[in-house]
Design a protein around this ligand. Sequence first.
Ligand SMILES: Nc1ncnc2c1ncn2[C@@H]1O[C@H](COP(=O)(O)OP(=O)(O)OP(=O)(O)O)[C@@H](O)[C@H]1O
Length: 307
Amino acid sequence: MQPSIEVSAVSKRFRSVVAVDRLSFTVRPGEVTGFVGPNGAGKSTTMRMILGLDAPDEGRALVNGVPYRSLRRPLTHVGALLDAAAVHPGRSARDHLLWLAHSNRLPRRRVDEALELAGLATAARRRAGGFSLGMRQRLGIAAALLGDPRVLVLDEPVNGLDPEGIVWIRQLLRSLAAEGRVVLVSSHLMSELEDTADHLLVVGRGRLLADVGVAELIERASKDRVDVRTEDREGAMTVLANAGGTVAAVGTDRLAVEGMPSAQVSAALTAAGVAFSELHRHRASLEEAYMELTRDETEFAARAGAA
Ligand SMILES: Nc1ncnc2c1ncn2[C@@H]1O[C@H](COP(=O)(O)OP(=O)(O)OP(=O)(O)O)[C@@H](O)[C@H]1O
């Protein structure tokens, strides 16, 4: 059976706060799925429900077709990173993992393999209490990988990692997905998921705003904008506006042109004798694409705040 996460019409309320509001999605194997949204959007609560740590008020969350709590030896099905600080400070990294391995009847060799995978082999016998945030994060990832699970649920795994650690986690996530696993990774920063995620689930105020491929989202946000670099910005602006484009200045020597395909922009400038050094179709960053997508939500929040 293919590994999967299925969330169907799940809701969770904490007193007057609706943390998750009829959320439904399926996470597919073989790709990295980013779970994104602003602080307080309901990402952690959803992940906790997938992992059986919070019970939904309505709906259901299934892992490999069953609720998490009915999985036997759960670490062999699902690896999770929720709270990197949840380690006994007096225990060594190795003892922490040995204890987890024992509770799931996993062979001891998996402990050393997981420490190696997480880049913690040399720190294995040090007390976890003395670990930096980045090392605790690596220990959490080692724990998630311990049972060689087909499903991974990682809440903000990049938190506390240094640049080398960030590159490492990106490669790790990509290789786990390439092995056909389900990889769900939350973040409140889109830039963290650029070059990592294939698919995005975007949430805002507990609701699903988008369930979309990264390439498609970027393509949509890139619109038909063309970026031009020229020494003669004033001249270029006049030519392109006369040719029917909507032109805006960007930085000191660039223009953003909308409403004209790049071939037409190039032809208009060449015909008018305006030199340019670069001309290409704009590719939106994931951050831009996300801002575009959540703009209505943000405007709503600002209006509600003002009111
Ligand atoms: N145990 C709890 N008791 C009361 N309110 C809670 C509890 N857990 C979450 N909430 C509230 O539910 C909402 C969603 O929180 P959640 O932590 O799931 O969001 P998030 O998207 O993970 O945010 P972040 O990016 O900050 O981690 C927030 O308003 C939060 O204050």
